[in-house]
Design a protein around this ligand. Structure first.
Ligand code: G6P
Ligand code: ZN
Length: 565
């Protein structure tokens, strides 16, 4: 602990257009953040938006280890000090996974936190960066707060800073200085400790360990975990190697790198191909990968049997009672985002549990959890989580699966097959068209809306190669939060069919340039003959109907999606 006294400076700035946080914070190219005052402006606006809470508050700061995180942490320390923040809790080396930030905010009851990440977007000097504010419940700031931040950025004239504060963030330590006569403390903390402690309270580590180590009556269950050079590496090392005794050769890409080693750290079949191939060819029973900031997950079984995020959610929902945390808390309710396949809906009906559908974005689950209505939720975009924190949580999902596997004593594939036998199967796919021209994408959305709004569209029979779907309902999805009554409109065009199948079109809110069009297809089958079939095959008619009615290829000039999940 050192005690020096410093004074804050006010620096005149200029307004930067477009500092509007998207689905998950402000996300732009690193080069954009590197412009003079750009980062400072957004941080100042974020602090301003705290209003009365700012003076004397404690905030958590950390990021996914990508390029510019360290720089941003240094600036945040200097700006926070000048703005009357009482204390910052900062991850060592600037490292904190998104779920860890949420954990620490809740554990130490801070007024919020700043997460430095562009999630699954590539990193490095020529790639992306992001800044996201999380509130005192540990969750991403809701629309009313992000809108407030944006409004402030539009007129910001100056920011406050203490340019000469230099704190070594690589060392676990507590540093106190006196700023304008008041104490200001920076605690550099071990990045993994609090999070790992929480995981050990939630899951049955002893039975997971037994599963992974094997016993006289069961061979070791072999896992391959891939952190994609993102932030989860140190967490994976602590949990899988030190706690569960897994051999280091089964833990890959566990050193966080500023450019993720050139990987696109998004755990799906396209970007996590290495994992898929290794599992296809290797002796593994289970594989998992996580994104840059550790909130997303992908789960694979033997021979790379793929568990869709929507199925993953439904299977966990059906087996929550195997997890100690839910034995204690009970199951309060389930939720999914609107485009996510409706598999979990069926589990909710069978269990007579509360169920909610919300727009895309984890922030929409927060109020339901805070009100005690929601235990488990997820999104098709590889996000799964529970009310243990207010972010989705990649490692949590992986441990939840291992806890369930240990309890059921079955392979991943057999768990899915047995699940479908009970509930039927929701086949699901998402087609992404990344980096389209924004004007063309807007035009396409508008023309789909115009088409589906025609009064005679309802009841229309859409056909492809003999398969027919009858339109039952169409809308541009809107949501009213049942807890605070806030409304989110224009959240995606939905075409709902009589048999429960759905086509959804949305523009992504997380891209950093151009427009990403997402086309979601969800179709329910309860004939067991279909269960083991390929989703692309079963969904072919609906995919073609969707491409046809949207005229997507004509609008975008794209003949194929960038990514299929
Ligand atoms: C982030 C958010 C998720 C969201 C996903 C996709 O990961 O945390 O809640 O589902 O982005 O969002 P997008 O707007 O790109 O479809
Ligand atoms: Zn993420």
């Amino acid at each position: 602990m050192t005690a020096t006294s410093v004074t804050s400076l006010t620096v005149n700035t200029r307004v930067y257009e477009g500092q509007k946080p998207g689905t998950s914070g402000l996300r732009k190219a690193v080069k954009v953040f590197q412009q003079e005052h750009y980062t400072e402006n957004f941080v100042q606006a974020t602090l301003h938006a705290l209003g009365d809470q700012l003076t004397g508050c404690t905030l958590v700061v950390g990021g996914d280890g990508r390029f510019y995180v360290r720089e941003a942490v240094t600036r945040i320390i200097r700006i926070a000090a000048a703005n009357g923040v009482r204390k910052l809790i900062v991850g060592q080396n600037g490292i904190l996974s998104t779920p860890a930030v949420s954990t620490i905010i809740r554990k130490y009851k801070t007024q919020g936190g700043i997460v430095l990440t562009a999630s699954h977007n590539p990193g490095g000097p020529d790639a992306d960066f992001g800044i996201k504010f999380n509130c005192d419940n540990g969750g991403p700031a809701p629309d009313n707060i992000t809108n407030k931040i944006y409004e402030i950025t539009k007129t910001l004239q100056s920011y406050k800073i203490i340019p000469d504060i230099g704190i070594d963030i690589d060392k676990v330590q507590s540093v106190s200085i006196e700023v304008d006569g008041k104490p200001f403390t920076v605690d550099i903390i071990n990045s993994v400790k609090d999070y790992v402690e929480l995981m050990k309270e939630i899951f049955d580590f002893a039975s997971i360990k037994k599963l992974l180590q094997g016993s006289t009556d069961r061979p070791a269950f072999k896992v391959l975990i891939n952190s994609m050079n993102g932030v989860t590496g140190p967490y994976v090392k602590q949990i899988f190697s030190n706690e569960l005794g897994v051999d280091d050769t089964s833990l890959v890409n566990i050193k966080p790198l500023e450019d993720f080693g050139g990987l696109h750290p998004d755990p799906n079949l396209t970007y996590a191909k290495d994992l898929v191939n290794a599992i296809k060819e290797g002796p593994y029973d289970f594989g998992a990968a996580f994104d840059g900031d550790g909130d997303r997950n992908m789960i694979l079984g033997k021979k790379a049997f793929f568990v869709t995020p929507s199925d993953s959610l439904a299977v966990l929902a059906a087996n929550l009672k195997l997890i100690p945390y839910f034995q204690k808390t009970g199951v309060k309710g389930y939720a999914r985002s609107m485009p996510t396949a409706a598999a979990i809906d069926r589990v909710a009906v069978k269990n007579n549990a509360k169920f909610f559908e919300v727009p895309t974005g984890w922030k929409y689950f927060g109020n339901l959890m805070d009100a005690g209505n929601l235990s488990l939720c997820g999104e098709e975009s590889f996000g799964t989580g529970s009310d243990h924190i207010r972010e989705k949580d990649g490692l949590w999902a992986c441990l939840a699966w291992l806890n369930v596997i240990a309890g059921l004593g079955k392979s991943v594939e057999n768990i899915l097959l047995d699940h479908w036998k009970v509930y039927g199967r929701n086949f699901f796919t998402r087609y992404d068209y990344e980096n389209c021209d924004s004007a063309c994408a807007d035009k396409m959305m508008l023309s789909i809306e115009t088409l589906v709004e025609k009064p005679d569209f309802i009841g229309r029979k859409l056909q492809y190669e003999g398969k027919e779907y009858i339109v039952k309902q169409v809308d541009n999805y809107s949501y009213t939060d049942p807890i605070d009554g806030s409304k989110a409109t224009k959240q995606g065009l939905r075409i709902l069919f009589a048999d429960g199948s759905r086509i959804v079109f949305r523009l992504s809110g997380t891209g950093s340039s151009g427009a990403t069009i997402r086309m979601y297809i969800d179709s329910y089958e309860n004939d067991p003959v279909t269960f083991e079939k390929d989703a692309q095959l079963i969904l072919k008619p609906l995919i073609n109907i969707a491409l046809d009615l949207s005229e997507l290829c004509q609008h975008t000039g794209r003949n194929a999606p960038t990514v299929i999940t």
